[in-house]
Design a protein around this ligand. Structure first.
Ligand SMILES: *[C@@H]1O[C@H](CO)[C@@H](O)[C@H](O)[C@H]1NC(C)=O
Ligand SMILES: *[C@@H]1O[C@H](CO)[C@@H](O)[C@H](O)[C@H]1NC(C)=O
Ligand SMILES: *[C@@H]1O[C@H](CO)[C@@H](O)[C@H](O)[C@H]1NC(C)=O
Ligand SMILES: *[C@@H]1O[C@H](CO)[C@@H](O)[C@H](O)[C@H]1NC(C)=O
Ligand SMILES: *[C@@H]1O[C@H](CO)[C@@H](O)[C@H](O)[C@H]1NC(C)=O
Ligand SMILES: *[C@@H]1O[C@H](CO)[C@@H](O)[C@H](O)[C@H]1NC(C)=O
Ligand SMILES: *[C@@H]1O[C@H](CO)[C@@H](O)[C@H](O)[C@H]1NC(C)=O
Ligand SMILES: *[C@@H]1O[C@H](CO)[C@@H](O)[C@H](O)[C@H]1NC(C)=O
Length: 294
């Protein structure tokens, strides 16, 4: 049942309402709608090979298509479990001009990987980073089976590590092998990896996913083990990344109650090597109980 699948919805920003029946266009299970595309001018994106179709059959009400020149795109992404077999995104004019949207993309996910505490909760993407990228490219489908978009990112006081062969034993989270083939490690080998984000409100709830993969083949005398803290409190450890094995650490309950969340990865006493971090996803938990009505 489609209703059992988690979906994530990337809305490339924009009173338009759409009624989209959740019916996959192809084997990947993706639904990709290019808004304003003339009917019957379906196309396949050259890079991702994703097929796009026109919104002509979905538009419900509202204005359509004034030519817009958007040089920089913004996207909004949420992950949720639909309880009904259609979605109805609605863009509302909040006083900043006519809303518009360039594309709507729906991607089915396995419902075990992104956990919310209730069916009415939605994970709203804050950031999804390919830490220690050496290509400075963003990756999505087909590198990512779910078409999640990973942005290249360098943490301060770190240097990238990489594996030349992209071998990886996958986890259920399926972070792309190319993203997992690079990691950041502190320049100062006794220093921790530290990063942070600020909450809009101390009552906000966040979920973090940290992805690890040992990219170096360690000798018998080498060991890499580290503990993870959030705002100085023990979070997980010791973390010992497996060689060419994807492993994901996530918050079992949402993080809340702080203005700033500081994540630190410290090497343990016995570790001869500094910590590494391959990729990070941070979501804000939102209550959509009023937004999905039949
Ligand atoms: C465009 O896509 C729709 C939906 O998948 C399909 O019904 C239609 O035949 C396609 N048209 C062309 C010209 O490919
Ligand atoms: C969009 O704007 C950019 C810079 O403002 C300009 O170079 C480009 O030609 C415009 N594109 C279209 C389709 O109008
Ligand atoms: C969901 O997970 C199962 C088992 O891990 C796997 O067989 C299936 O291909 C996954 N579905 C998608 C859409 O990746
Ligand atoms: C990975 O790093 C090694 C050095 O450790 C370097 O020689 C190699 O070119 C890098 N591989 C890629 C694909 O960049
Ligand atoms: C390296 O990190 C350790 C631990 O954080 C610190 O005590 C030391 O001063 C740092 N060294 C340099 C050269 O920054
Ligand atoms: C923070 O959230 C609470 C409850 O959700 C709300 O009452 C309060 O006004 C918010 N504070 C700010 C500064 O937005
Ligand atoms: C790491 O965590 C373990 C508990 O799992 C603790 O025994 C150890 O002292 C911690 N090490 C550091 C350096 O924080
Ligand atoms: C760390 O080193 C101490 C002393 O050498 C040893 O007793 C302990 O078992 C080691 N712990 C791990 C996790 O290797």
């Amino acid at each position: 049942m489609m209703g059992m699948l988690r979906h994530f919805l990337s809305v490339l920003l924009g009173v338009l309402t759409f009624l989209v029946l959740i019916k996959a266009q192809d084997q990947s299970g993706f639904i990709s709608i290019d808004c304003g595309l003339p009917e019957n001018l379906n196309y396949s994106d050259k890079i991702t090979t994703i097929n796009y179709i026109s919104d002509a059959n979905f538009i419900n009400t509202g204005l359509m298509k004034s030519p817009l020149n958007v040089s920089r795109y913004t996207f909004y992404e949420i992950i949720y479990t639909p309880s009904i077999d259609y979605i109805q995104p609605c863009l509302v004019n909040t006083g900043n001009g006519t809303p518009f949207i360039s594309a709507i993309e729906l991607r089915p996910l396995n419902n075990t990987i992104y956990v919310t505490d209730s069916a009415k909760s939605v994970l709203s993407l804050l950031t999804r980073l390919d830490i220690g990228s050496i290509t400075n490219l963003q990756y999505r489908y087909k590198d990512d089976v779910y078409d999640r978009i990973w942005l290249p990112f360098q943490l301060i006081d770190t240097k990238p590590l990489n594996t030349s062969n992209g071998l990886l034993i996958q986890s259920i989270y399926s972070p792309p092998a190319i993203v997992m083939s690079t990691a950041a490690t502190p320049v100062n080998v006794s220093a921790p990896i530290i990063f942070h984000w600020d909450a809009d409100n101390v009552t906000d709830q966040y979920v973090i996913y940290m992805h690890f993969n040992e990219v170096e083949e360690l000798t018998k005398s080498e060991a890499r083990a580290f503990n993870i803290t959030v705002n100085g409190l023990f979070f997980y450890g010791p973390m010992i990344p497996g060689y060419q094995v994807a492993d994901t650490i996530l918050s079992p309950t949402p993080l809340t109650g702080a203005e700033r969340y500081i994540i630190s990865l410290f090497k343990t006493e016995n570790s001869t090597l500094p910590p590494i971090l391959n990729a990070v996803e941070i979501y804000k938990l939102k209550d959509f109980s009023k937004s999905e009505t039949a």
